[in-house]
Design a protein around this ligand. Structure first.
Ligand code: 5GP
Ligand code: ZN
Length: 115
C-alpha cells in the first residue's frame, strides 16, 4: 500500500468509491468521470505503478483483470454489442493515476483511432 496513491486508498476503503466487484486480488469500481455509460476501473489490490513494472509473476493477475472486465461487460449486457478495455501507460498515453487500472468502456459506439 502506498499512502499517497489514490487507488491504494480506495482499495483500503479510506476513500469512497462505487464498488462493482471485489475479490482477493482485485477491486472494480465506477470511474468518477465516466466517458461512456459503462466506465469501470479494474484495479489490483497490490500497488503496481505502471504496466512497465509488471513481471512474469504478474501474468495471472493481469489475466484476471482482463477476464473480470469481460465478466462485468457480460453482466451489463454490453458484451455482445462490444466494449473497449484500455490500459494507459505513462504520461504520453494519458495515465494520471500511477496504480495500474484497466478501463472498461461501453454502452455507446466507440470510435477508432483514439485521441
Ligand atoms: P488514467 O488517466 O490514469 O488512465 O485513468 C485514471 C482514471 O481514474 C480517470 O478515468 C479518472 O476519471 C479516474 N479517477 C480519478 N480520480 C478518481 C477517484 O477519486 N475516484 C474514481 N472512482 N475514479 C477516479
Ligand atoms: Zn497504489
Amino acid at each position: 500500500m502506498s499512502t499517497d496513491c489514490l487507488f491504494c486508498r480506495i482499495v483500503a476503503g479510506e476513500l469512497p468509491a462505487t464498488l462493482v466487484h471485489e475479490d482477493e486480488q482485485l477491486v472494480a469500481f465506477e470511474d468518477i468521470s465516466p466517458q461512456a455509460p459503462t466506465h469501470v476501473l479494474i484495479v489490483p489490490r497490490r500497488h503496481v505503478a505502471t504496466l512497465n513494472d509488471l513481471g512474469p509473476e504478474d501474468d495471472g493477475l493481469v489475466g484476471e483483470m482482463v477476464r473480470r472486465a469481460a465478466a462485468i461487460a457480460k453482466a451489463r449486457g454490453i458484451a455482445e454489442g462490444g466494449y473497449r478495455t484500455v490500459f494507459n501507460c505513462n504520461r504520453e498515453a494519458g495515465q494520471t493515476v500511477f496504480h495500474i487500472h484497466l478501463h472498461l468502456l461501453g454502452g455507446r459506439p466507440l470510435t477508432w483511432p483514439p485521441g
